[in-house]
Design a protein around this ligand. Structure first.
Ligand SMILES: Cc1ncc(COP(=O)(O)O)c(C=O)c1O
Length: 446
């Protein structure tokens, strides 16, 4: 038995489901992956097999694994004793840096996960507006608290009509009554957004959305959709929350809000903001953020908020993203990788469509045209994707399956042009290995 298989068997005896986080099981291979070490864009498993990483810790390690600048900052914080639950001078330094680079930030707060960041933003929006309802886009993902887990992975046959998507719960155990507080609209549908505002605009505290919908691979909102979103929220006194947990730093320093040139009222950051360490951030307009205790009346607190180790890591990571040429490199690698994948699928006649922006992308098997929202993405051929991912892993390219509709993949800044060529060479072999009758990928003509 391989050490990876043995470790999974052992973990299942004490960890529920063998994992620390449900989505850590990679269904393409039927077990969690166990990595012994990692450096740059590469990972080595317990059996010493090497992989080029196209998951990048679900997007957290944008700089690559073991970045020396982040590691040294962490080591310095540890050497100072890492006294947590107190403030030090780096909290204000990081807050200033974030207010400098993220357009909507006038004030920020630190939390531990993306889930906490969206939870606190929503409470704050309710406190500020005195309203309770939340407009959310079907399929957009905002973490694991009950209020945002409706319609995150609705099966294709239970979507309901376009005008009234089914608030399908993302888990058992959720309080179903919370569904009454959510207005659901398919992403990128201006007509249905206007309709929802005509009906519910006066009772909405906030709209929360992924400004680039990476959780379904990579779906960029249309200009009309983004403008309508901002106009309708302003007209109706509704706060606009951009959940940039996945999109921030991906295509530019100022995140999707800078890329789309739209200023939300509040926004959340997670994943890449901590440079691979567990930090998340929420922030926005000063008048809204001043509703937080101790100045205001809305609670946000936590023992490990702004832990000195993760604050130090975030300072090092953001300063690395600020280096001249950082995003030129990201976009050069993105162009090469996304075009290379498209050409590879075309060469093999595989019906797969690649959509990417900056350092993340999605691959949609079997879709005829571009995916514009969850309703399109959920039509992709999941079984094909699992076969592809399994073959890719077998040939040394790590893709993760999150268990949902489409998946998001990505690369880190440590990836070189040579690494991209190596990824494409390995994937060429992986696709060739699937030519066997049973497991082959669907071709354009099928
Ligand atoms: C857009 C978005 N929001 C929130 C979250 C939740 O973040 P976390 O897993 O850190 O709680 C995620 C995680 O994937 C995310 O992609």
């Amino acid at each position: 038995m391989s050490r990876v298989a043995e470790q999974y068997r052992r973990a299942c005896q004490s960890l529920a489901g063998g994992v620390s986080s449900s989505t850590r099981l990679n269904r393409a291979v039927g077990h969690a992956m166990y990595f012994d070490r990692a450096a740059g864009c590469r990972l080595w498993d317990l059996d010493d097999r090497e992989y080029i990483d196209l998951c990048t810790s679900h997007g957290a390690t944008l700089l690559g694994h073991g970045d020396v600048r982040v590691r040294q900052a962490v080591e310095r914080a540890l050497a100072r004793g890492a006294a947590c639950s107190y403030e030090n001078e780096q909290h204000a330094e990081l807050a200033e840096l974030l207010c400098d680079v993220i357009p909507c930030f006038e004030r920020v707060r630190f939390t531990g996960s993306g889930t906490e960041a969206t939870m606190h933003c929503i409470r704050l929006a309710r406190a500020f507006t005195g309203r309770t309802k939340l407009l959310k886009f079907e399929g957009n993902f905002h973490g694991y608290h009950d209020q945002v887990m409706f319609a995150i992975g609705t099966p294709a046959d239970q979507l309901g009509p376009d005008e009234r998507p089914n608030p399908f719960p993302g888990s058992t155990g959720m309080v179903q009554a919370l569904a009454d507080q959510v207005v659901l609209v398919p992403y990128n549908r201006v007509d249905l957004l206007e309709q929802a505002f005509a009906e519910h605009g006066h009772e909405l505290a906030a709209v929360i959305g992924e400004p680039v919908y990476y959780n379904a691979g990579c779906i960029i909102p249309s200009e009309e959709f983004v403008s309508a979103l901002r106009e309708l929220t302003v007209q109706n006194g509704v706060l606009l929350i951009f959940d940039e947990v996945l999109s921030a730093f991906r295509m530019g320093l100022g995140g999707a809000q800078e890329y789309l040139a739209v200023m939300p009222d509040l926004c959340t950051l997670g994943k890449a903001v901590g440079g691979g360490y567990p930090l998340s951030v929420f922030g926005g307009r000063k008048d809204i953020m001043d509703r937080l205790m101790p100045i205001g009346d809305c609670q946000h607190s936590g023992t490990y908020n702004g832990h000195p180790v993760v604050v130090a890591a975030a300072l090092a990571a953001i300063n690395a993203y600020r280096q001249p040429g950082f995003y030129d490199h990201i976009h050069a690698v993105a162009g090469l990788l996304h075009d290379g994948l498209t050409a590879l699928f075309a060469k093999h006649g595989v019906a797969a469509h690649v959509q990417g922006l900056g350092a993340r992308f999605g691959i949609y098997f079997g879709l005829k045209g571009p995916a514009r929202n969850y309703r399109d993405a959920v039509q992709h051929q999941r079984e094909q994707m699992l076969r592809f991912i399994k073959a890719a892993i077998g040939h040394g390219v790590y893709f993760h399956d999150y268990g949902g509709a489409a998946c998001h993949h990505g690369f880190c800044a440590a990836m070189t042009v040579d690494d991209v060529h190596e990824v494409l060479r390995r994937l060429d072999l992986a696709i060739q290995s699937l030519r066997g009758a049973k497991s082959r990928l669907t071709t354009e003509t099928q």
